[in-house]
Design a protein around this ligand. Sequence first.
Ligand SMILES: NC(=O)c1ccc[n+]([C@@H]2O[C@H](COP(=O)([O-])OP(=O)(O)OC[C@H]3O[C@@H](n4cnc5c(N)ncnc54)[C@H](OP(=O)(O)O)[C@@H]3O)[C@@H](O)[C@H]2O)c1
Length: 345
Amino acid sequence: MRIAVHGASGFTGSLIVAELVRRDITPVLVGRDAARLRRVAHKSGLPDAEIRVAALDDIEALAAAFADCDAVINAAGPFTFWGEPVVRAAIAARRPYLDTTGEPAYLHKILTTYDQAAKDAGIAVLPAVQDDGVPGDLIAALAAARLDAPIAEIVVADLRRPGAASRGTARSMAAIAVLDQIEYRDGDWRPAADSASTLTEPGETEPVTVTPLALPGVYTVPRHVDSPVVRGVIRTEVGELFAGLSGEVAETIPEIPDPAVLAASRWFVLAEATGVDGRRARGWVTGFDPYGSTAVIAVEAARRLVTDGAPAGTLTPAQVFDPAGFLAALTDHGITWQVETLAAV
Ligand SMILES: NC(=O)c1ccc[n+]([C@@H]2O[C@H](COP(=O)([O-])OP(=O)(O)OC[C@H]3O[C@@H](n4cnc5c(N)ncnc54)[C@H](OP(=O)(O)O)[C@@H]3O)[C@@H](O)[C@H]2O)c1
């Protein structure tokens, strides 16, 4: 199996290359800078790995770089600026595509704009295959299924505490800081109420204050769970950090977070489903090292797309993968998950 990694020279891209190597999958490193790509090949223990240089303004060259690969993983962000040409090139090359974006407007645009083109090309296009997009979509599906009743609301919460973020993530958050927060309500995506609320993390006794954020689940969950409302929230203290990020501040953040801080950084994605009858169920997925987890999730998703196939079109993780089966495959990497029924409200 050969997987093209566009943006292989970046922090997340280099972890994806390392994870491919660990799983005996051949990486093809694609990007704009041969020297930086070669450095990652060396670091991954594959100094002779194939390097392909193609610029974003040359879709033909990008498509040619992808043509003999089984799938494309795109880790070059901010996706708001650089994502679409890579989607177009994967479609032109007729190769399944996934990316590591967490940028909501880009995610929504890819899901809505490229569905027919992906269908015509016979490929699956999956944006937001990372450490909150995949867990959030899959665990929301499982929490909703646990209720086995008409659903009134799904809340997806990213409850990670302030911690390690790469410069690439900071750039991406700065790129979206100007956008309104969005929620899904009554069949469409609308501005979210700008209000804080509280939520209790499983295993904790004290509720935490959370504020709206258009997490990937706000766009992905309505595609497979019939719920009139899907909201996304994060800890207010993290939301305030994101809101304070400008392009200038992002450039002051180290390219690669401190490895010790990363290893100790826990991510926690929760989904709560409330039925029209007041019954509730919730599920959560948690792990450490958000970027290492993203690499594991992206490679597992790409491997499954190639090995098991997928419908053509723009899709969400739960539309392609069996949620429990996919999450079970992550447990070897310290990623755990659980679903439970709660007392009715
Ligand atoms: N949970 C999440 O939402 C989540 C988790 C992980 C990653 N991510 C996202 O993944 C992306 C990558 O993060 P990172 O920390 O790996 O960033 P990074 O280290 O800055 O890497 C960015 C990559 O994009 C490439 N790139 C940037 N501008 C380009 C351009 N104009 N043309 C071609 N290539 C370009 C860079 O190539 P050069 O090396 O040539 O500069 C590099 O390979 C970010 O958008 C981040 O938000 C999201």
